[in-house]
Ligand binder design. Structure first.
Ligand code: SAM
Ligand code: CA
Length: 244
């Protein structure tokens, strides 16, 4: 028994997958096709996709946003978890990779739920904010260029409804975040965001050591002006005390 997260040996990983992974056939084929691409390591792990779909279901998500699509594997997991009239806005800049994504989204019957925006994500997110869509998203997945993570996080927090969830990928960055000699721009950007989130009172935080590390940031409901905490006004608290 251990009260620390277990080191993941190959044998234990295979076991974990064998007793929990329910990867639909179309997702398995997309993963296999992508595995032949030289950038295949950019794709999330299957158990992570399944976990994110569970989170979307748990949130009752109808409106989702993805920043970094690649060949569409994570988007497909999330889109499948949305209701028939749900929407996933998917941001990327690469036409070739997202052509594969579109093909599989069609095949899986979820293309009508996904709105692919081919433009720098920061611009797309500013556009959504400019169109009055702040506070309207239930679930946001950040998985694009790491140097812009902090900007995506701030924009996402505005786009999210209170009680909505941001998931941020690669926060353990293959272990480099904990290596003092690693000082490249991507590692520094991830480290700096991790540190910032630790002290960010706007969110409830958990860093889940699945795959390359997935941070979950739940947007807190604004505290009442009277500082009643837990969303209860001072007035309400008084009333409850009187009722006791
Ligand atoms: N979530 C995907 C999956 O699980 O299959 C993997 C995404 S991959 C790690 C990162 C993606 O971000 C690439 O497809 C890349 O084209 C895209 N990207 C890089 N810079 C971007 C930017 N400025 N705006 C939008 N997308 C960007
Ligand atoms: Ca990733």
């Amino acid at each position: 028994m251990s009260n620390k997260t277990l080191p993941m040996t190959e044998r234990l990983y295979d076991y974990l997958l064998s007793v929990s992974l329910r990867e639909p056939e179309v997702l398995r084929r997309l993963r296999e096709e992508t595995s032949r691409d030289e950038h295949a390591q950019m794709q999330i792990a299957p158990e992570q996709g399944q976990f994110m779909a569970l989170l979307a279901e748990l949130l009752g998500a109808r409106r989702a946003l993805e920043i970094g699509v690649y060949t569409g594997y994570s988007a497909l997991w999330v889109a499948r978890a949305l209701p028939a009239d749900g929407r996933l806005i998917a941001c990327d800049v690469n036409e070739v990779w997202t052509a594969t994504a579109r093909r599989y989204w069609e095949e899986a019957g979820v293309a009508h739920k996904i709105d692919l925006r081919l433009a720098p994500a920061a611009k797309t997110l500013d556009g959504l904010l400019g169109d009055g869509e702040a506070g309207t998203f239930d679930f946001i997945f950040i998985d694009a260029d790491k140097e812009h993570y902090e900007r995506y996080y701030e924009q996402s927090l505005r786009l999210l409804r209170p009680g909505g969830l941001i998931a941020i990928d690669n926060v353990l960055w293959d272990g480099r975040v904990a290596e003092p000699e690693a000082d490249d721009a991507e590692t520094e950007a991830i480290r700096s965001l991790n540190q910032k989130l630790l002290g960010d009172e706007r969110i409830t935080l958990s860093l889940v050591p699945v795959a390359d590390g997935l941070t979950l940031a739940l947007k807190r409901r604004a505290p009442s002006p009277s500082g009643g905490g837990r969303g209860l006004s001072a007035d309400g608290a008084d009333r409850r005390r009187r009722d006791l």
